[in-house]
Design a protein around this ligand. Sequence first.
Ligand SMILES: NC(=O)c1ccc[n+]([C@@H]2O[C@H](COP(=O)([O-])OP(=O)(O)OC[C@H]3O[C@@H](n4cnc5c(N)ncnc54)[C@H](OP(=O)(O)O)[C@@H]3O)[C@@H](O)[C@H]2O)c1
Length: 232
Amino acid sequence: MATVLVTGANRGLGLEFVEQLVARGDVVIATARRGSRIVTGALDALCDASDNLDVLNLDMRDDASIAAFPREVDGRAIDILINNAGVYGPRGAAFGELGGEPWAEVMRVNCIAPMLLTQALLPNLRLGSQRKLAFITSKMGSVADNRGGGSYIYRSSKSALNAAVKSLSVDLADEGFVSVLLHPGWVQTDMGGPNALIDANTSVSGMLRVIDGAGQAESGKFVAYDGAEIPW
Ligand SMILES: NC(=O)c1ccc[n+]([C@@H]2O[C@H](COP(=O)([O-])OP(=O)(O)OC[C@H]3O[C@@H](n4cnc5c(N)ncnc54)[C@H](OP(=O)(O)O)[C@@H]3O)[C@@H](O)[C@H]2O)c1
C-alpha cells in the first residue's frame, strides 16, 4: 500500500488514476482546482464512497497555490507523485497566428507547474518509501518523432517538460528517486477526443504497470503506457 498524489484528478486520465489506485487499496491524495469549468461530480462521489481518498484544491496556473500546497499535505509522506494535470492550449494555432499569452499559459501548466510542485513536495517525497516521480508527457513532445509539424504550443511544452525531468532524474538519482516520463497513448478523454485509439482504463492500467515496475534502470526514460521507449 502506497500513498500516491495525483494532480488534475477532476476528469480524464487523472480521475482514472484515482479510481484505479483507490480500488487497489492505495492511499490517494487527489488534486483538482476549485472553480473548474467542467465539474462532473465523479471525484466528489468517489471521495464520499472511499476512506482512502482525500481531495485537495490546487490550481497549477497559480504559483501561490503551488507554494502553499505543502501546508495542505501537512507533513504526510508521499510515495508516488503523478504529475498528470495538463492542457492542450488553442487548437490549430498555426505559425503566423501564435500568441505569447496562450503559449505562456500552456508552458506554465504543462512544464513549469509540475516542476515547481515536485520541488515544493520534495520534503514529503523524501519521507516516502518509494521515491517515484511520474510525469505525464506526450509523444507530441518528441522532437525525433515530429513528422507532422504544427502544434507548436503543446509540443514545445511537453518537450520542455521532458528536458526538465531528464535533469531531475540525474540530480535526484543519488537519493534513490526514480523519475519517469510517460506517454499515455492517444486516449479517449476530453483532450484526446472520441476518435482516440484507446480508453482511459487501458492507458492508466498500463502506466501504473510501468510506474510499479520502474527502478533506477528506468529513471530518466521517456516511455509509453505499454512500456515501449520513445525517442527524444
Ligand atoms: N488524452 C490524450 O490522448 C493524451 C495524449 C498525450 C498526453 N496526454 C496528457 O495526459 C494528461 C491528462 O490529459 P487528459 O487526456 O486526461 O486531459 P483532460 O481530459 O483535458 O483533463 C485534464 C485534467 O488536467 C486538469 N487541469 C488542467 N489545467 C489545470 C490547472 N491549471 N490546474 C489544475 N488542474 C488542471 C483538468 O482540470 P479541469 O477539469 O479543472 O480543467 C483535468 O482534470 C495531460 O498532461 C495531457 O497532456 C493526454
